[in-house]
Ligand binder design. Structure first.
Ligand code: PLP
Length: 393
């Protein structure tokens, strides 16, 4: 029996052909394909500026630098996220300040933000976890009250949407100050590795472009194309966070597929909701009325009486791969040193979410057969009969 994977990138001949074209052009690093990808991505999300970088972690690093985060500063975010969110804060010498997530979801609880703010708070990173938009309207309102910039970790949220002043808008416009995206193969579209920063602020965009290529005053492409001799200069410390033209060419093909990929993912999610409604010992993910998820991940909350590892093993035995829910950064050894972070609130919901949630297979190529096979296996493993009597729900 073949195993149903958790995720699978949609890659085909069009991507192969795009890379082939770039390789044979002789220009493989950041150049015309990156520029075109940026323009098309900005168009897609409705952003003024989009700057491509090597991945979302480097995007977060540059975003934090752009809003002025420095050593000793604090940045409010969640522990219940991929470790890169907080690592980027530490690259700046700043301290991640963790607040808890909402009870019924996996995103930051806006009610907890204000109490975590101190004179040292220089930014808030909110995460659109699993592709589900966080309550941006409230986050942005609170941040504005304290003049604190908002960086959206939109790593998982390419193509997700939010209802904003009565209109559906793409995540990444951005609604905060800067949004950061990932094109890792575990996200909905991929360039192998890759990232994107979007902003409405031209000064931020200028800085991203300077910093991503060693802080160098002119790009390789400009020097290469110039009829005049150009000597570059290095006005400030930069990094090598470039995306290659080979990756960008793949990204452009992925962007063409994106609307169909998202439509299919949303269809699968609603089919899951139908099929799993009867699973007494599991709670389905909630999509608020003001959010449209790209369903980067479909996360099921198990009843606390069920053993997460056992359920996952049973599902694996039935041919269904799963992953456990999102990690909690504060529980990792890399964050055990005093001073590596600060916990501003209890993190009870974060810990419960990690312990009791599992991620089901969801990818655009899934067939109806795959879908019903997963649903049936979940029904089997997560049935009320596995619970102690009187503890269903
Ligand atoms: C994947 C992910 C990242 C890191 O993205 P990379 O492109 O792999 O650097 C950051 N934050 C979140 C929430 C993610 O899921």
């Amino acid at each position: 029996m073949s195993q149903i994977p958790v995720a699978k990138p949609v890659l085909d001949e069009q991507e192969v052909e795009a890379v082939r074209r770039v390789i044979l052009s002789g220009w493989v690093t950041q150049g015309p394909e990156v520029a075109a990808f940026e323009e098309e991505f900005a168009d897609f999300v409705g952003a003024k500026h989009a700057c491509a970088v090597s991945n979302c972690t480097t995007a977060l690093h540059l975003a934090l630098k752009a809003v002025g985060v420095e050593a000793g500063d604090e940045v409010i975010t969640v522990s219940h996220t991929f470790i890169a969110t907080a690592n980027a804060i530490r690259y700046c010498g700043a301290v991640p300040v963790f607040v808890d997530i909402e009870k019924d979801g996996y995103n930051i609880d806006p009610d907890l933000i204000e109490a975590a703010i101190t004179p040292r708070t220089k930014a808030i990173i909110c995460v659109h976890q699993l592709g589900m938009p966080c309550d941006l309207r409230r986050v942005v309102t609170i941040a504005a009250r304290h003049s604190i910039p908002v960086i959206e970790d939109a790593a998982c949220a390419t193509g997700s949407e939010i209802l904003w002043k009565g209109r559906w808008e793409k995540i990444g416009k951005p609604h905060g100050d800067i949004a950061c995206f990932s094109f890792h193969p575990r996200k909905v579209v991929t360039t192998g590795d890759g990232g994107m920063l979007t902003t409405a602020n031209p000064e931020y965009d200028r800085k991203f472009r300077l910093w991503r290529q060693h802080g160098m005053s002119v790009t390789d492409a400009v020097r290469h194309g110039s009829k005049q001799v150009i000597f570059e200069s290095y006005p400030e410390l930069g990094y090598n966070y470039r995306m290659t033209d080979m990756q960008a060419a793949v990204g452009r093909e992925q962007l063409k597929r994106l609307p169909a990929i998202i439509a299919r993912r949303r269809e699968i999610a609603s089919r899951y909701a139908e099929e799993l409604r009867g699973a007494a010992a599991a709670a389905l993910p909630i999509e608020p009325s003001w959010a449209r998820s790209n369903w980067q991940s479909y996360c099921l909350r198990l009843s606390q009486d069920l053993d997460q590892r056992e359920v996952m093993q049973e599902l694996l035995d039935l041919g269904v791969s799963t992953r456990r829910g999102i990690m909690n950064i504060h529980l990792e050894d890399a964050y055990s040193e005093p001073g590596s972070h600060r916990v501003a609130t209890g993190l009870r919901q974060s810990v419960l979410a990690q312990l009791h949630s599992i991620i089901l297979p969801l990818f655009a190529q899934m067939t109806e057969n795959d879908l019903t096979a997963v649903a049936r296996a979940v029904q089997d493993c997560v049935s009320a009969s596995k619970l102690a009597i009187g503890q269903v729900g």
